[in-house]
Design a protein around this ligand. Structure first.
Ligand code: 9MG
Length: 274
């Protein structure tokens, strides 16, 4: 797929998307020079370890996280994207549901918008993505980050999410976004119980029927903690197991914090499977 002049070749190997959170609990207190340098250094390390995409986010989507203003989010992500676009030769995605943040981020050098609301969080987002010929990740979420874990219910979690993503992809195309620039994502952990997440992973291959590149993000998520009984700082092996499983069940891109370990797991799985 081609996003703003940069190509992502799909099908030959799994792509690792490295997570770069520029929020106060990670690299940023407001985009000052040192924050930017530290964030860029971390992104460069992830690229050296094998990430072929870097996902930069300035607002946490964890349950209960506080929303961030457009100005604050711009101050966090834009300087990092500007610095990174000159420093690395990989695709950059911006994790935002706000059209204004997306527009500035794309102008600063990003190629893809990772929208956890699948274009429904801001009425202008589809226009920005279409006009700027960017790629877009359409992720499924039930509710909002504030409400999503309040007793989520599905009759058939996989069929419902698959139909929902199909509808969102159709809408995106109707709004002028090229079909080949759309990536779909079942949104592990976003309005799902541990059982829902396991069911989605067990039946992941059913999302191939959408005929779109498939992104899966399991990294360090609570369902891994629930199964292994380990804290968020100790979930790298659990994550790697889900990465290998996701690859053999159709994932094209996996979104991870711990790039080195997951690249190795993915390369071995690719050698066996692809
Ligand atoms: C921002 N973010 C957190 N988890 C995610 C996931 O699973 N997928 C995508 N696309 N974005 C995510």
């Amino acid at each position: 797929m081609n996003c703003r002049g940069k190509t992502l070749t799909l099908g030959t190997n799994t792509h690792l998307m490295g997570i770069l959170n520029v929020t106060p609990d990670s690299f940023s207190d407001g985009g000052d020079y040192l924050d930017v340098q530290r964030a860029v250094a971390h992104a460069k390390m992830m690229v050296a370890e094998g990430a072929t995409l870097i996902d930069i986010g300035g607002e946490s989507s964890r349950p209960g996280a506080s929303p961030v203003s457009v100005d604050e989010e711009l101050a966090r992500v834009v300087p990092v994207i500007q610095a990174l676009a000159d420093a690395v030769d990989v695709l950059i995605s911006v994790d935002t549901y706000k059209a204004e943040v997306a527009r500035y981020a794309l102008e600063a050098g990003a190629h893809i918008v990772n929208d956890i609301t699948a274009l429904s969080g801001d009425p202008v987002m589809a226009t920005v993505v279409a006009e700027m010929e960017a790629g877009v990740v359409l992720m499924h979420m039930k509710g909002t980050p504030r409400t999503m874990q309040q007793a989520p219910h599905y009759n058939d979690v996989v069929s419902e999410i698959r139909s929902w993503l199909q509808e969102k992809a159709r809408n995106a195309e109707a709004r002028g976004i090229a079909g080949e620039r759309i990536i779909v994502d079942p949104g592990i952990g976003f309005g799902k119980t541990t059982e829902h997440n396991l069911e989605i992973l067990k039946r992941l291959s059913e999302f191939r029927e959408l005929n779109k590149p498939l992104l899966v993000g399991t990294s360090r998520k609570s369902f891994i903690g629930n199964i292994l009984g380990v804290p968020v700082t100790d979930r790298v092996e659990g994550t790697a197991a889900t990465v290998c499983w996701a690859i053999t069940n159709g994932a094209d891109i996996v979104r991870v914090h711990d790039v080195k370990a997951n690249v190795r797991a993915a390369q071995m799985t690719d050698a066996l499977y692809r």
